[in-house]
Design a protein around this ligand. Structure first.
Ligand code: UDP
Length: 357
């Protein structure tokens, strides 16, 4: 039987590159497309090294409708995993039009092209931000979404709704082989890197997220980590999150794609939480990082960061049962991989600097 082809939009980025590796290792043909707007070629090169495969790559912007259409015309795409989007919460508050335009247009173009090329299975990368400050924890997929607190979060909610409505319309009006099926995966806090240390998170400028800030502080790029708030109503006063290993997260995508392609979906549009189900405080994460990597981190307590929720973690029962997927890597192994990746970045930068001398 011919292997199914999966398009990964934004596949050169942090999560996209890990997903590409896992898809290839699971035996899929993968087409990667990216415009390098928020990354360089480092991770895509890493993916090629890890898999030892030639991977079709298209440099393109998903806001360019014609380019998206051409892509679907050129390859027979069985499923698309859509990552191509901007993701900085703070920037989205400053530049809402940019965020709405980019994140919505790119996704609409994917759905439009999929509709014109014989239907498709669409996996959308959503986020736990859709839950906001939930009243009951852990959150299940049935926990009501709350109004988004940033344009970025709102684009996630709107794209979920666009996918739901498109799936509904195509399954009512079309023959099954022309229909669009959809899955939204709501990620909690993805962290860590591939065990090879050849791919990982490469933030541009000062990192917003906790783990890259920790590793950059440990390597000496940042002087001191600020822990935002130690007066929250939690055991140690710092916020609680559900930190999900990026390789485990990538494997959830493979499980979801297989569910779609093998006709195992129970609804035409499904939603799954992708997390570990375990809350970890910022202080616990910092301490675990120090312990597993045998170093002392320079950190201080700072005021709360605007917009942070106190605590959120996932009920993962649905993903465990329906996707047959479970987070497996320990937080210690994940934090060791994040540190190995930061050291690999330092080595790459040293090689680059010496070649420029
Ligand atoms: N955080 C922190 N210092 C930082 C970055 C983040 O204390 O430099 C905290 C943040 O307040 C939150 C947790 O780490 O409680 C996770 O933040 P991140 O930005 O990684 O993800 P979020 O949960 O906001 O999506």
């Amino acid at each position: 039987m011919a292997k199914n082809t999966v398009l990964v939009s934004g596949g050169a980025g942090y999560i996209g590159s890990h997903v590409t590796v896992e898809l290839i290792e699971a035996g899929y043909n993968v087409v990667v497309a990216d415009n390098f707007s928020n990354c360089d070629a480092t991770c895509f090169e890493g993916v090629k090294k890890i898999t030892g495969k030639k991977i079709p790559f298209v440099e393109m912007d998903f806001c360019d409708a014609e380019a998206v259409n051409d892509l679907f015309a050129k390859y027979k795409i069985d499923a698309v995993i859509h990552f191509a989007a901007f993701k900085a919460v703070g920037e989205s508050v400053e530049k809402p039009v940019l965020y709405y335009k980019n994140n919505l247009c790119s996704f609409l173009n994917v759905l439009d092209a999929a509709s014109h090329h014989g239907g498709c299975n669409v996996l959308f990368s959503s986020s736990a931000t859709v839950y906001g400050e939930a009243e009951n924890l852990p959150v299940t997929e049935k926990t009501p979404r709350l109004p988004a607190t940033s344009p970025y979060g709102n684009t996630k909610q709107i794209c979920e709704d666009i996918l739901r409505d498109t799936v509904k319309a195509t399954n009512v009006n079309r023959s099954p082989e022309w229909a669009i099926k959809g899955i939204a995966l709501r990620y909690f806090n993805p962290i860590g890197a591939h065990p090879s240390a050849l791919i990982g998170e490469l933030p541009r400028g000062v990192p917003n997220n906790l783990v890259p800030f920790i590793t950059q502080t440990a390597i000496g790029k940042r002087e001191c980590l600020s822990i935002f708030g130690n007066d929250y109503p939690t055991a140690d006063g710092t916020c609680l999150r559900d930190y999900i290993d990026v390789v485990d997260l990538a494997k959830a995508h493979v499980a979801a794609v297989a569910r779609m392609l093998e006709g195992r979906m129970e609804e035409d549009y499904e939603i799954f939480n992708i997390g570990t189900g375990r809350p970890v405080s910022v202080y616990e994460l910092v301490s675990a990082f120090e312990k597993v990597n045998g170093l002392k981190l320079n950190y201080k307590y700072a005021p709360r960061r605007a917009g942070d929720v106190v605590a959120i973690w996932a009920d993962t029962a649905l993903a465990n049962e329906k996707l047959g997927w479970k987070a497996e890597r320990s937080v210690e192994d994940t934090l060791a991989s994040a540190w190995a990746w930061e050291k690999h970045i330092a080595e790459m930068e040293a090689v680059k600097a010496s070649s420029e001398e």
